[in-house]
Design a protein around this ligand. Structure first.
Ligand SMILES: [Zn+2]
Length: 319
């Protein structure tokens, strides 16, 4: 009996032990998973995420808001402000470029239009051997490259040169404003060369005056004329001449001494000599086919009321 009791107790103990073991074996993995998941997820994720998020919240916004905006606000506005003026200049250039030199010449001329619709009326005057400039006349000049013109018409010449360049034409200025002193030297030099070749003083004077205007009778002395291109009659065979013939009037300049008007102008054919008369008259003179004397109704009578030319003749031939 005792052995059976022991056996039973032992068996019961084994069963109980097995049951406990089985329960433990079953329960451990469940318990192990739960704590394993909970601590592994919760502590690892939560502390890991939380600091990360905290860092991101603290660092990212701080750095982003500190760096990005400062860089953006520092660079973008500076770039924008640096680009904006250049874009403005570009836009201005585009506007300027969209307005041709011819249009700008018309706009400038429009500012000077009088009650008769004539622009630059001051420039509409006859300067020749019978109509010299007043004694002592010296214009206010402005540069057109290395030479100069009356300051009131220099801009028109520059616009004309610009228009020619736009068409691939280079207009070389050979002479523009000349002082009375310079004109005198030029005249005397040519006059002396003729006298040395046997011309009488009177004949030498007249022959010289046909090519070089006496002081005060030259449009160069007034700063109203420019010699452009080649100082030879064959200049009229060049593309530069053709461009001037087609376009100079748009800028207020006329070819002053045509080949078929030498008897009226008293000056040889000069395809290189361009005279400013204003846009209004330049267009009409071109259309009329008249030279300036004819267009102004000059009757060819002696208008040298101050005797400037005669005094110069006496000065030159009397030495
Ligand atoms: Zn000239």
């Amino acid at each position: 009996m005792t052995e059976k009791k022991h056996t039973r107790r032992a068996f019961a103990a084994v069963i109980a032990c097995l049951a406990l073991t089985a329960a433990a074996c079953v329960g451990i993995p469940e318990n192990a998973e739960t704590p394993a998941e909970t601590p592994s997820e919760t502590p690892s994720e939560t502390p890991a995420e939380t600091p990360k998020m905290t860092k991101q919240v603290t660092e990212t916004p701080a750095e982003t808001s500190a760096e990005t905006p400062s860089e953006t606000s520092a660079e973008t506005p500076s770039e924008t402000s640096a680009e904006t003026p250049s874009e403005t200049v570009t836009a201005t250039d585009a506007v300027t470029a969209s307005r041709s030199p011819e249009e700008r010449a018309r706009e400038t001329a429009a500012l000077t239009v009088d009650e008769n619709g004539v622009d630059n009326a001051w420039a509409f005057l006859l300067i020749n051997a019978r109509n010299p400039l007043p004694d002592g006349y010296v214009p206010v000049t402005a540069p057109i490259g290395v030479y100069s013109l009356d300051a009131r018409c220099a801009e028109y010449a520059l616009l004309m040169f610009e228009a020619a360049r736009n068409d691939g034409i280079t207009l070389n200025v050979q002479s523009a404003y000349r002082s009375i002193e310079r004109q005198t030297v030029n005249f005397e030099s040519f006059y002396n060369s003729l006298v040395s070749r046997g011309y009488t003083p009177e004949r030498a004077f007249d022959a010289t005056a046909a090519e070089i205007a006496p002081p005060y009778t030259s449009e160069h002395n007034a700063g109203l004329a420019a010699d452009i291109g080649i100082i030879e009659s064959y200049f009229d065979t060049t593309e530069e001449f053709r461009w001037l013939k087609e376009n100079s009037w748009k800028f207020g300049f006329i070819m002053r001494y045509p080949a078929d008007k030498t008897s009226v102008t008293g000056i040889i054919y000069e395809p290189w000599h361009y005279r400013f008369v204003g846009l209004y008259h330049a267009g009409r003179i071109r259309d009329s086919g008249l030279c300036l004397e004819e267009y102004m109704g000059d009757d060819g009578s002696d208008n040298d009321v101050n005797g400037v030319v005669e005094k110069f003749r006496e000065y030159i031939t009397g030495r």
